[in-house]
Design a protein around this ligand. Structure first.
Ligand code: SF4
Ligand code: SF4
Length: 270
């Protein structure tokens, strides 16, 4: 009788344990499949450029973090734009706001080898940050483009190239708005502007006008001609530097005239 009770106990344990294990295995498998499907859908919604602008090593990392809920910010993929944002929102059941205009990077400097004076001849590592660490760069203007191409190295789509005269340029059609170049640029001369901008200020100097004029023949001297002459326009001078208010670009046509009147010729047509 005792043996029968023991055998029944063992049998019950085996049956109950087996059923529980199978249940858990099925639930785990179902959960994994569902989770993998979400990750897969999110990855498909992303552009697959693996540019790192989201802060993850690649699109898969971002998709996994969103699916796991460890990252709730759907706006980190700049190249994906509105279409990725909406697709990801739909997958995760989150309502998304309309995104801003597509942006592209532009180096805001025309101070090439001829136009900008140098402090000293730099012979170090061909890297803008290395150059900047030595007396804030080799140019007299500490805000300009050093032209050594740190930005070129981090651009995932080869949108940046050397001009051949000490500066770099961006192909706006290739730029995917990842912002890597802006992040790495040690002088802050690389900035994002709207893709459909017709003009930009090709200077980044915040030195006083007299100093800027002594450093570079095409620097913004903060004279305020643009701001004063075109009060309805899109210009404002802040910290000795002109900035364009791109929100006004649809209704404002004063930029062409301002570009003409600018004594430094740093309001440049794109
Ligand atoms: S834009 Fe900035 S990172 Fe690129 S070359 Fe000029 S200084 Fe260097
Ligand atoms: S130019 Fe700058 S913002 Fe545009 S894709 Fe290259 S690194 Fe990214």
């Amino acid at each position: 009788m005792e043996i029968v009770r023991i055998l029944l106990g063992i049998l019950f344990t085996l049956v109950f344990g087996g059923a529980l294990g199978m249940g858990l295995a099925v639930a785990f498998r179902k959960f994994s499949i569902e989770k993998d499907k979400v990750v897969e859908d999110l990855e498909n919604a992303l552009p697959g450029l693996n540019c790192g602008s989201c802060g993850y090593a690649g699109c898969a990392g971002y998709a996994e973090a969103l699916a796991a809920g460890t990252d709730k910010d759907l706006t980190k993929c700049k190249p994906g734009g509105q279409s990725s944002l909406e697709a990801m929102g739909e997958i995760l059941g989150i309502k998304v706001e309309a995104s801003a205009t597509k942006l592209v990077a532009r180096p805001h400097c025309l101070g090439n080898n001829e136009k900008a004076l140098k402090k000293y001849e730099y012979a170090g590592l061909q890297d803008c940050r290395a150059a900047m660490s030595q007396f804030k760069g080799f140019k007299q203007c500490e805000y300009g483009c050093l032209g050594l191409g740190s930005c070129i190295k981090v651009c995932p789509v080869d949108a940046i190239s050397r001009t051949g005269d000490g500066l770099v340029q961006v192909d706006g059609d290739l730029c995917i708005s990842c912002g890597n170049c802006v992040d790495i640029c040690p002088t802050g001369v690389m900035k994002m502007i709207p893709f459909d901008a017709d003009y930009y200020i090709a200077c980044n100097s915040r030195d006083k006008g007299k100093v800027t004029k002594g450093n570079c023949s095409v620097g913004c001297i903060g004279c305020m001609i643009c701001e004063k002459k075109f009060p309805e326009g899109a210009f404002a001078v802040k910290d000795n530097l002109c900035v364009i208010n791109y929100d006004e670009r649809d209704r404002d046509d004063s930029r062409a005239e301002a570009a003409e009147k600018c004594p430094s010729k740093c309001i440049v047509k794109i």
